[in-house]
Design a protein. Sequence first.
Length: 175
Amino acid sequence: MAKSYKEIMNGITTFIFDVDGVLTDSTVHVTQSGEMLRTMNIRDGFAMKAAVESGYHVGIISGGSSEGVRIRLRNLGITDIYLACPSKTDTFKEYTELYAIKPEQVLYMGDDIPDYHVMKLVGLPTCPKDSSPEIREISKYISHKDGGKGAVRDVIEQVMKVQGKWHVYYDGKHD
């Protein structure tokens, strides 16, 4: 019998997220100079920082190349940020080899076709509610939140709660 997503969450040590459509709502504002601006959810950021501070590996694998995104994520304590990736699968394999992470220990959240092949490799493929049908079909968990609207917080909080680490995080040191 296949494990439920809650059972799989017990073994998660690593979170990997796409950016556009996961950490953002897929909207890009283009300035007159051609700069593309994205909006990220503060609560998603809080959860990613909590995961980093609680000892999880947190990585970003994206086809996009926004330096603003890199700066925002580094400010959250995320150091493994792979932008402008031609192959998310190759980047995933390099990342997991670098840290000796087993694919079954990884929760990956993606939202569209470029995430498909890497999501087939991980222990817990997840996606926001508003993801493409192909991605929803292969996900073991579909968040009740849309991309950029708390889907990242949803999965991090659930994993940390299952592992008994969410409430431990609130020890008064993180006010």
